[in-house]
Design a protein around this ligand. Structure first.
Ligand SMILES: Cc1cc2nc3c(=O)[nH]c(=O)nc-3n(C[C@H](O)[C@H](O)[C@H](O)COP(=O)(O)O)c2cc1C
Length: 194
């Protein structure tokens, strides 16, 4: 079997390199391998786009500090024991919190809460306090739980897998609560209305 050839695009000048890994430097503009991104086949990209998701605010804590971010990559792995997986970018402030405290909560958003996607999905907690003017309760695990969520699931991290730009955290659900009867917000509905 031959070495798998991939295409890498220089994000600075657009040069395309073919090979199993990005080049040591761009022959056109000279930047290093970190400036190259993998070119994903368009048919793969379009097929991936047909996957369906819900929308969530994933929260965590670090000592006295709290933070949260919007995420669509939250899904049940097993029901016995109840386990969730979440995909969190390694550059997210929330990642730092989960990595340190090993606890997180998934707040399931309802269709009437698109404003919470805007609030938690576009700015980092490094720059702003995303919980300002948001109703929340601090749980026994120190996790902020959004009062407008339709359900909350609190987890302890029991495993993790590094996936390049993201970490897949596996969490055992230790507390779960349905807060109200509402329709869950899907990623497709958010895209339709945003
Ligand atoms: C609709 C939507 C879905 C998102 N899904 C994810 C996700 O699954 N994982 C992730 O790491 N970031 C996701 N993001 C991006 C983060 O919410 C965003 O980078 C956030 O500002 C990170 O905040 P933090 O730095 O305070 O943790 C999503 C954003 C939006 C708007």
């Amino acid at each position: 079997m031959g070495i798998e050839q991939k295409k890498w695009r220089c994000t600075v000048c657009g040069y395309i390199h073919e090979g199993p890994t990005p080049p040591d430097s761009c022959p056109i503009c000279g930047v290093g391998p970190e400036a190259f991104e993998l070119v994903v086949d368009d048919s793969i990209r379009r097929a991936m786009f047909s996957l369906t998701y819900g929308l969530f605010v994933v929260t965590s804590q670090k000592g006295e500090l709290i933070n949260g971010q919007c995420a669509n990559t939250v899904f049940q792995i097993t029901s016995q024991p109840p386990q969730l997986a979440i995909g969190i970018g390694t550059d997210r402030y929330t990642h730092e919190f989960i990595q340190e405290s090993k606890v997180f909560a998934a707040c399931v958003l309802a269709e009437d809460s698109i404003d919470l996607v805007r609030k938690f999905g576009f700015r980092s907690g490094r720059e702003i306090d995303k919980f300002r003017a948001v109703d929340y309760t601090i749980s026994d695990l120190g996790l902020p739980l959004l009062n407008r969520a339709l359900a909350t699931l609190q987890c302890r991290v029991v495993g993790q897998l590094e996936c390049g730009t993201h970490t897949l955290f596996l969490g055992e659900v230790v507390e779960g609560e349905v807060l109200r009867d509402a329709t869950p917000l899907t990623y497709a509905e958010y895209r339709r209305r945003k």
